[in-house]
Design a protein around this ligand. Sequence first.
Ligand code: MLT
Length: 353
Amino acid sequence: MHGKGRIWATLWVTCWATLWVTCWATRAGTLWRNSLAGMLALLAATGSQAQQAFPTRPITIVVPAAAGGPTDTVARLIAEPMGRTLGQQIVVENVGGAGGTIGVGRVAKAAGDGYTLLVWHIGQSTAPALYDNLRYDVFADFDPIGRITDVPMTIVAKKALAAKDIGELIAWLKEKGEQVTYAHAGIGSAAHLCGLMLMSALNIKMNAVVYRGTGPAMNDLVGGQFDMMCDQTTGTANQIKAGTIKGFAATTKSRIPLLSELPTLDESGVQGFEVSAWHALWGPKGLPKEVVEKLTAALQGALQEPVVIERMAGLATVPVAQDLATPAALKAQLELEVAKWGAVIRAAGVKAN
Ligand code: MLT
């Protein structure tokens, strides 16, 4: 812009600025301020009205494993009663693969408005140590809502396997080693972690068959497609009871009441062996406080429903206590478990990539 033009432009801007400031200072300014304050108040009210009215449309719970599996079962158990309490349908969406990190990553990127939630488990605590290029932070990218249930795990095998009890199974595993095929749901999944612990405790290597969840794996185990796996009772209890697969041992420190015929690995000579798949509910980071409170209250309500308690008992698990179905308890659990399994995984020298 040349000489004269620049002078005019500067003059023009200065005039407008002076006028604006003068206005502000005068009565007209007061009007400005009031209407601005009014607009801001309106905005705030609309926002909190939206939060108070939450939910106004269906909610999606993402399960990072295949349909029909243990985690899917847990998510569907709470979805219906929570939806009833919140007055909106809760839809379960299965996004399996990569040990659950694809589905978890989906929620990490979702809007923090309460309409996309995550039901996952111990896998949330193993991923940080296993995946170098994890595309989310299990603490910073999620808001905890509450714990749900701690599902015991069991060592199971195809019906045709000759071994009659855990002692014979362990001897067979040690003899056959890498000829043995075992299934898991990807690096960092509960079945993978339990398999890893068993191999390190027995000092053996087995051949892994990887699925998008232990639901589809169970169908193949019933069909005798592979030898054994370590899976949650929400997936195994009914099959063991039906005799379609063989149950050998429990991974908990004490026997599972519903499957009391199964000895624990600990009492069977694999000292100190203990793992269960604790499950929980998270949202993406940024959930409004009122929304977290509503979701936590709905979760707590669902865990007290007689039908939920009964269904969980039929799958050899129980709801957590009410004071554990809270954001604070879940935050504490995740911190503890990330530290614990991080150390186990680093000691085992296992990496996903
Ligand atoms: C599933 O629902 O398939 C399991 O939770 C997978 C796993 O073993 O982590």
